[in-house]
Design a protein around this ligand. Structure first.
Ligand code: ASP
Length: 315
């Protein structure tokens, strides 16, 4: 594939949402989401003189990510991506839910320009801070003419929105794309593409236009030894409109839990089946005929079902 080293003419917009990359404190006892996105940009000397704009969209630990922030982020992204002078957009984010945000944004926007999520495993104040290099790589990628779609860059590796997952709770090299591997690498300001960039049809902002507080409730239930249907029944009673089951192995589900899911489905609740394995995709197993989420993790499958339930405006 092509290796283009030149940068696209144009502005890169950096949207801050918080996370450890904006955290302050020591490597374990820190508080995420403390530093402004402007301060993060100012801390990277190599970004001086680049055509950048920075905007704070949120300031949260991404474990507390909300549908309202996703909605606002998608709206701000759409606004900036529509500006002719903008080459691409970077989103600084926490690592904990980065993969969910990536899938949500790709499905809603499927942008022709790059939207590059980046994060850090060490706070901005750490002696081992990984945020500055990740931010620099993200800006490089957002300005690179060959990139498109929503991607994540960490530790020099570019991950696609369907594949990216956090695999390590503390190690610096915490992200992977499983057996598919990264889309590209960024090394010393050079992008080397390895496979195709994300594409697809955007569901559009209209799909997520309703007040986020009214979005349908979609929950994840886990299959495990000793599982039963109590959680499913409680969630249905609490108003769940869809369920994702995090199955064992090849999407298998404990018989007692499966029976409860079948009852919920018969009552009209959509159920999507994912695997709790840390890689791969469910292969052709007909466990209770529950549809599978393919390569999507349970958390991304929840996003998928949520977006399906947020019906298009015409329906
Ligand atoms: N809890 C943090 C967050 O997701 C972890 C991180 O960013 O590394 O915001």
């Amino acid at each position: 594939m092509q290796n283009k080293s030149q940068q696209a003419a144009g502005t890169v917009v950096i949207l801050g949402t918080g996370g450890t990359i904006a955290g302050s404190g020591d490597d374990v006892g820190y508080t995420a989401g403390q530093m402004s996105v402007q301060a993060l940009v100012g801390a990277v000397p190599a970004l001086a003189g680049r055509q950048l704009e920075a905007e704070q969209v949120a300031q949260v630990d991404s474990k507390d990510m909300s549908h309202a922030i996703w909605q606002r982020l998608a709206q701000r992204l759409a606004h900036h991506l529509a500006r002719e002078e903008v080459a691409g957009v970077v989103v600084t984010h926490g690592t904990d839910t980065l993969e969910e945000t990536a899938w949500f944004l790709q499905r809603v926007l499927a942008p022709a320009k790059p939207v590059v999520l980046t994060a850090a495993m060490r706070p901005a104040t750490s002696l081992q801070a990984d945020g500055p290099q990740n931010l620099l790589d993200a800006v490089t990628l957002a300005a690179w003419p060959g990139a498109q779609g929503v991607v994540a860059v960490l530790q020099g590796r570019v991950h696609g929105p369907a594949e990216v997952r956090k695999r390590q709770p503390f190690a610096l090299d915490a992200f992977e794309s499983g057996e598919d591997g990264p889309l590209a690498v960024v090394q010393e300001g050079q992008v080397r593409a390895l496979r195709s960039w994300p594409s697809g049809e955007a569901l559009g902002l209209e799909r997520i236009a309703a007040d986020a507080g009214t979005w349908p409730r979609v929950d994840i239930v886990v299959s495990h030894a000793g599982a039963d249907g109590v959680v499913v029944e409680a969630l249905v009673a609490a108003g769940a409109r869809g369920l994702v089951v995090e199955g064992t192995g090849n999407g298998t589900v404990h018989a007692s839990l499966l029976a409860a899911l079948a009852r919920a489905r018969a009552a009209g609740l959509p159920v999507l089946r994912a695997s709790r394995c840390s890689g791969g995709a469910i292969v052709g197993s007909p466990e209770g005929a529950l549809p599978t989420a393919g390569v999507l993790t349970p958390a991304k499958a929840r996003v998928e079902l949520l977006l399906q339930l947020l019906l298009p405006p015409s329906s």
